[in-house]
Design a protein around this ligand. Structure first.
Ligand SMILES: Nc1ncnc2c1ncn2[C@@H]1O[C@H](COP(=O)(O)OP(=O)(O)O)[C@@H](O)[C@H]1O
Ligand SMILES: O=P(O)(O)OC[C@H](O)CO
Length: 504
């Protein structure tokens, strides 16, 4: 029986899953890496540590599966997107910590360049979230880097590129369209680096990888995966779209990990959002035309559970957030807007910061836990509302008769019920909740012939759990009004001098 491995290099951890040809999980191994917070608003990772963890989880998963690398048909890579690594071409060593997607240090730069300047080309507002401004920051602020880049000594990559380069022993410097589309440097229509944007941002083309499709042969692995074809690369949200088998226009999924990301397949059409969503690549298989998507990105969801655990000390494990929230009946009038990295979709307010409102002496830690979980549901609602407005009248049609969900937070029943209540549609979780890895494995397995076509994959999607709405309309609109008021209180918190301090 052929096996396929997927490596998911996420924001908080890396995992490797081995699937069999019936898409069943044979083995899984996972390891966390450090979150480095050098200043308020800054978030970094050590790319060498991540490469170590990836090798460990690959070795771990193969050992648990009792398989040798030569028994794998292929490996697919999926990854946290936008996080930016620069490394030395000769030594292969990173020249700085990776700047993580949540990091806000480039806000001032983006405002100076103009937030909507390249939106027509890239489908994205210019925001600190994306890789291009992060590259520019590194070249401007780390002594000697710009000169080294101009001399062709440096390489840039998001995590897909960094891993493929390391897995191939430095043979392949490539990325795929879904990852390249998140740099703010790629033109959505041509699928190539846009020279005008490179010039405006001051990014030399010599540092950039070659842009390829999401499913093709990029190279053969050495080391821990000796001899295995690397046959897929996708940003994690795009892989989850595949793993949830959202192959048709109008199909949507939402993934709840560190952040939450709702993607709607819009088919071959590039749909421009007028309501604060991103236009992004869904995926591209080999030489076929690309499939596009609309995305609602929410910066902080699961990260809040970690914050309650690691910074506030209110819980000892992630699962305990649900127990704590269930110790009370409701949030006691509390609303928590987690604008830790400003607010992403649909607001794109870099000057917002987190607020907790509605405090009285009655409020306790159970109420806080509940308000924190509810913030994920309300942020989802905002994104869904924006999406409905964007697609009204389009062939993609009405996106939401139900919402397919996945990611670490879907273990939380209270949260899933709250999302169903707040959206007023059923929420469905598939049998294989590891849809990100599944999507990457499927894309790789399509290339090497483990699965014949998309219909074979679609037939394998099975619902494991469903939550149906239970909240009455009046209660929902009362909470929605309060949530909207709370969001307004989070916006505009930072002043110009605060932003400049973060940038320097
Ligand atoms: N039961 C739970 N309730 C709420 N949050 C959870 C729960 N279990 C895990 N999480 C959160 O989900 C995230 C992990 O999900 P995962 O999909 O692995 O994320 P990522 O791919 O972003 O690293 C962490 O931020 C963790 O705090
Ligand atoms: O690692 P995740 O699952 O939090 O996903 C991160 C996103 O890709 C950021 O855009």
């Amino acid at each position: 029986m052929p096996f396929v491995a997927a490596i998911d290099q996420g924001t908080t951890s890396s995992r490797c899953i081995v699937f069999d040809s019936d898409s069943r999980i044979v083995a899984i191994d996972q390891r966390e890496h450090r979150q480095i917070f050098p200043r308020p608003g800054w978030v970094e990772h050590d790319a060498s540590e991540i490469w170590e963890r990836v090798q460990q989880v690959v070795t771990g998963a193969l050992a648990k599966a009792g398989l040798r690398p030569d028994e794998l048909s292929a490996v697919g890579i999926t990854n946290q997107r936008e996080t930016t690594v620069l490394w030395d071409r000769a030594t292969g060593r990173p020249v700085h910590n990776a700047i993580v997607w949540q990091d806000t240090r480039t806000d001032v730069l983006c405002a100076e360049l103009g937030r909507h300047r390249f939106q027509a080309e890239t489908g994205l507002p210019l925001a600190s979230y994306f890789s291009g401004p992060k590259i520019r920051w590194l070249l401007d602020h780390v002594p000697g880097l710009r000169e080294r880049a101009e001399r062709g000594e440096l390489m840039f990559g998001t995590m897909d590129t960094w891993l493929i380069w390391n897995l191939t022993g430095g043979a392949a410097h490539v990325t795929d369209v879904t990852n390249a589309g998140r740099t703010s440097l790629m033109n959505l229509a041509t699928l190539g680096w846009d020279p005008k944007i490179l010039a405006a941002l001051g990014v030399p083309e010599s540092v950039l990888p070659e842009i390829r499709s999401s499913a093709e042969h990029y190279g053969t692995a050495t080391g821990v995966l000796e001899g295995v074809p690397i046959a897929a690369a996708l940003g994690d949200q795009h892989a989850a779209l595949l793993g949830q088998t959202c192959f048709d226009p109008g199909e949507a999924k939402s993934t709840y990990g560190t952040g939450a990301f709702l993607l709607l397949n819009t088919g071959k059409e590039i749909v421009r959002s007028s309501h604060g969503l991103l236009t992004t690549l869904g995926y591209q298989f080999g030489g076929e035309p690309p499939v596009y998507a609309l995305e609602g990105s929410i910066a902080n969801t699961g990260s809040l559970t970690q914050w309650l655990r690691d910074k506030m000390g209110l819980i000892a494990t992630a699962a305990e957030v649900e127990t704590l929230a269930l110790s009370v009946e409701d949030s006691g009038g509390l609303y928590f807007v987690p604008a830790f990295s400003g607010l992403f979709a649909p607001h794109w307010s870099p000057d917002a910061r987190g607020v907790l409102v509605g405090m009285t002496g009655y409020a306790g830690k159970g109420h806080l836990a509940r308000a924190v979980l509810e913030s994920t549901a309300w942020q989802t609602r905002e994104v869904v509302d924006a999406m409905l407005l964007d697609v009204a009248g389009l062939s993609a049609g009405m996106p939401l008769r139900s919402l397919r969900v996945d990611g670490g937070m879907t273990a939380n029943n209270l949260l899933m019920q709250t999302i169903a209540d707040v959206l007023d549609v059923p929420v469905e979780r598939p049998f294989v909740a590891e849809t990100t890895c599944l999507g990457a494995a499927h894309a790789a397995g399509l290339v090497t012939g483990v699965w014949p076509d998309l219909d074979a994959l679609r037939a394998e999607w099975r619902r494991a759990a469903e939550w149906t709405p239970r909240m009455d309309a009046a209660t929902r609109s009362r909470h929605q009004r309060k949530w909207a008021k709370a969001v307004e209180r989070a916006k505009g918190w930072l002043d110009a001098d605060d932003l400049e301090e973060e940038d320097s």
